[in-house]
Design a protein around this ligand. Sequence first.
Ligand SMILES: [Zn+2]
Length: 438
Amino acid sequence: MPGPERIPTPSNGKKDVLVHNWHLESGIEYKFPKKILFWDETLRDGEQTAGVYFTPDEKLELARKFDEMGIHIADVGIPAVSEQEKESVKRIAKAGLDMSVLGACRTLKSDIDACIECDVDEISPFIAASPVHLKHKLNMSEDQVVEKSVEAIEYGKDHGFKVTFVTEDTVRADMDFVERLYKAALDAGADRLLLCDTVGVMTPRLFQWWLAEAMKRIGKAEYGVHIHNDFGMATANSLAALEAGVTVVNTTFGGLGERAGNAPFEEIAFALELLYGRKTGLDLSKTYEVSKRVEELSGVPLGITKPIVGYNAFTHESGIHTDGVIKNTLTYEPIQVEMMDGRKRRFVFGKHTGTRAIETRLAEYGVTNVPKETLLKLQREIKLHTEHKLKAEQGDFIERYRDWDENHKGVTPREFWQLALKAGIPTPAKARKELPAR
Ligand SMILES: [Zn+2]
């Protein structure tokens, strides 16, 4: 049983998080696996984010960046989706990357054939497992699901792939069926088993219980998890899963993905390194730059308050916080900004600004020895100016942002009916009425 893992103490420099090292003092044991594999989903599940689309060049560029960071596996798309997608996957598979390039596929021969054409390193045939998916979506019996899965795994193995068997909505499936299905998958030759919380309904302790039960019943294998963030639990659940003995985590940059997204790469990797003192072996210095690139190419802005990569993650305005950070960054920054290339600490001047920040800004420009009174005067001016200025600009920004989200994600409502017309469907009167005036 591994002992508590050592976290650098404050005197050790930049990576101090807890200051008081409760990890050591509490004696809590973390049972993480020796090797944790990061399986990136940005180019597949991330691309399935509403309104997101990557070109083949963009996918290749991002795949190279993930590879440079040391990410272990990347699901780069479903080749059967389109000719262009196949082209994307093929180019990444041929790019000579160190990471394992994975093609996703349904449990269909034709989908696996598309992966064969792309010459990927591994495949992940997937099918749904829960009663609600089987009954309402697939209209298949449990027996049929087992049969399809076994066929697909055997076909993939016959073609020399490493095969990860995946079921959607695993955690809402019947446990007896999960056991039967995954045992059949192992018998058919599956190399790795991926268990999914497709709609993000697990909690950390429940997930640990569920995983222990599932893994005990299915037996020894390499396990991974795919977790969605509908309740904001994806990071906590991923870490809980790793503690429960799972060795592979699916993540996306910035938590991109269907609905509320996937488990965010940056949160899990930084938590492992800084909170738990676990080396990931990844080059995290590139996290911000890669996240910004994903932001640009996906068109999904990084959240303002998003941990680690969000716009405000290293931004301070309030006088008390700024004063503390200027004296010692450990006061209000658990993560040191210097860990990431291109990421800078920022002080915003506004209603809550204190004189310390003003003094520091002036000193940066060689203006020193400013009397306290003058500093206070400038502080008053800044506060007054902000209070008058912010609301109008802010309202405008939010309005434009909402308009973009509503009307420009994917095709616009007008474009939809124009394209429908092209396909031979005339625009109905109801739609004409709803379309905004040009
Ligand atoms: Zn997903």
